[in-house]
Design a binder for this molecule. Sequence first.
Ligand SMILES: Nc1ncnc2c1ncn2[C@@H]1O[C@H](COP(=O)(O)OP(=O)(O)O)[C@@H](O)[C@H]1O
Ligand SMILES: [Mg+2]
Length: 365
Amino acid sequence: MYLSSLQLQNFRNYRSLDISFEKTGALFYGDNGAGKTNIIEAVYFLSLGRSQRGASKTDMIHTGCNEAYVEGVYENTGDSSQASISIGFSRDRKIIMKRDNQRVYKLSEFIIQSNVITFGPQDIMLIYGDPSDRRRFIDILLSQVREEYLGNLIQYRKNLINRNKLLSANPDDSSINIYEEKMAEYGSEIFAERMKLFDFISPHFSEYYSTIARNGNVGTVQYKPSIKGDVFEKAQWREMFHTKLKERRKRDIALGYSSVGPHRDDCIFFINNRPVKFYGSQGECRIMAFSLRLCSLLYLEKEKPGNKIILIDDAFAELDKGKGGNIFPLIQNRGQLFITTHSKDEALFKELPRFSINNSKVLSV
Ligand SMILES: Nc1ncnc2c1ncn2[C@@H]1O[C@H](COP(=O)(O)OP(=O)(O)O)[C@@H](O)[C@H]1O
Ligand SMILES: [Mg+2]
């Protein structure tokens, strides 16, 4: 399925917008503040129900308005069948998601249709940011592939919150054990999926890094669980985690939070075996982030059928000269591409239909 049209009402700087796309995608150019990222955000939002730059829904509603509406029509390349997806949302937190005019109530059901991958300037936070930035990346990707993953994550968080509440309020309550058991149950599912993901992406990550950087350095990524131990089998891991939670209870009571579990996991990036966060240049870190995003595209291709939608927001602008040219062949012909750039004369992506954006007006050129 590719996105054949996009309608916006009161979304960001757009009061009303209706654009049609070809299956190859589109390139948008325009000055800073013109509204390029906002279009990328709308496409991402339609697919995942959230902003790729972490903005709240109220931020996305046009100033002075109470509600916004985003709709996309997706077309199947094979038989030209269509599906329409829409999200309406308001300042008072009402949200209505629809597929072909039928309400969809669960976000997990909505997301499972998602075939979108994003690249953008904020990706550097995957390297420099907090572990929670990296976990968000992992959790979104796995939720796109498996509906149960998001379900397990929600259940895990619920039990974690309950355990934390008891830790600070009533540590002697025996129900803490029930929460720990549930955390181990759902946590082991999360852990297993994350390990499988990293087993798959690690070798590709190094390959992408060397293809883009071309400087002989070796880039690697490694999953770093908060619980150490050479246990990779799900049932065993569940036992180990459950035991750890019980062991840590005293310490966690003193801390006031749960100090181990998938909510404390991370992944780390190395360049020639040194942590890149402390040794790498900005340029190298950007290439690392880009390589990770490419891995997520590869993972979606492996796990899910169907056309992919690739969003690239200003991404090449931040890279050193020439690196964009190294990346170009890696994303060409991998799906429908939506790209934003400052430059009217962007030399790459010549085959894409072009739109200029100026003062919230989007014109086909
Ligand atoms: N909720 C909103 N209502 C109206 N305008 C908004 C809203 N959010 C952002 N904008 C405007 O959108 C513009 C930025 O759009 P953006 O897509 O980030 O630009 P760029 O083309 O540089 O990517 C700014 O002018 C900003 O004021
Ligand atoms: Mg922008």
